[in-house]
Write a protein that binds this ligand. Sequence first.
Ligand SMILES: Nc1ncnc2c1ncn2[C@@H]1O[C@H](COP(=O)(O)OP(=O)(O)O)[C@@H](O)[C@H]1O
Ligand SMILES: [Mg+2]
Length: 400
Amino acid sequence: MGLAPFAPDNTIFKNETALRDSYRPDELLERDEELAAYQSALRPVINGAQPKNIFLYGETGVGKTLATRMVLDRLRQDQADYDHLDLHTVNLVCKSMGSSYQVAVNLVNEFRDPHEEINSTGHPASDVYNKLWTHLEELNATHCLIVLDEIDAIGSDDNLLYELPRANDNGNVESTWVGVIGISNDFTFRESLSARVTDSLCDEEIHFPPYDANQLRKILTQRSQDAFRDDVLSGDVIPLCAAQTAQKYGSARQALKRLYKAGDLARDEGADEVTEDHIRQADDLVERDKVQSELSKLPTQAKIALYGLLMLDDDGKTPAKRSKIYERYSIAAKQLGADVVSDRTIHDNLSQLTLKGFLDVNEQNEGPNGGSYYEYEFSIRPDLARDVLRHDGRTGDLWE
Ligand SMILES: Nc1ncnc2c1ncn2[C@@H]1O[C@H](COP(=O)(O)OP(=O)(O)O)[C@@H](O)[C@H]1O
Ligand SMILES: [Mg+2]
């Protein structure tokens, strides 16, 4: 059989774009407290005063980016009614920018025409900062709010997060009030910031907690009204999707992905209804994709450590102590001719894997006089880890 013809279909979806991440729903649901805190933190702007710097954090898919777009749109609209205000906003997604320098270069370019943009290498850092101050100084606005989304990408190189929020206080910019809104998906990023950065960036901190099943249900219902034709979602599809996702992530993004996938599966089958079974399959497929793409990005040493745990799991020996994992890890590393790193390094790797949600860790106590130790096990399905490690250019050799 060759290619089937492409033809529009309209049994399942009314507007599938509504299930995409970038679709803008009319309302941010279940986030009243966070929105109130956000608006309150921005109130100085509408009074013509110096803005506060705001730090927003929470896991991915909990509405941080959407809330920011909505709040800033509203602020832009409302300030237009006041003659003494002229608000400029800049929105930069820092995802692939690994340093303060790169973020600064990209910010400078936000103020320039395409043919005047500067390169991302070759300028002394102080030049880049000076260009940025000049742009802000010469901006014909009373306020400039700079959103740095996914700012955790800059890691420990956080100098810009000291300089920018202090641009007014340090006298680098005098004729425009500058406010920074930093958004982070990474919980540990806040702790890793130096004290001077925390002091300047975090005038106000707003936490976006994960959604529970009820909240996800409302969010999915809202989107499905735009996305699906009437009555194609069978009764328990949304509650099931919400419950499954809430258990693992509390992320609206993950829930929407699953619902979209389930609709796709129904369409591919030529079904006229999306069923619970479609959601179950979708959950499996989306989970597999997510885990596999994240696992395959891990450094080789972490993959070998994971292999050690996989072997223990095969032997029914999980949860396993770190020392046992290290034993298996060492054997595998030698077998591959890779460096055998220290027990301490493997411990760090295991902590990272736990943070990323691949492993669960439990603390065990060794009786009244003994100390305590940690035991690890998979929190993902071990067969997903096996698939990735087996097809990996490096760890694949362990199966030869
Ligand atoms: N409270 C909410 N109400 C409606 N849709 C939401 C809500 N929170 C998140 N979403 C949707 O979920 C997806 C992820 O939200 P986003 O703001 O990008 O998350 P984050 O920036 O925290 O990773 C988007 O498609 C967004 O429209
Ligand atoms: Mg975001």
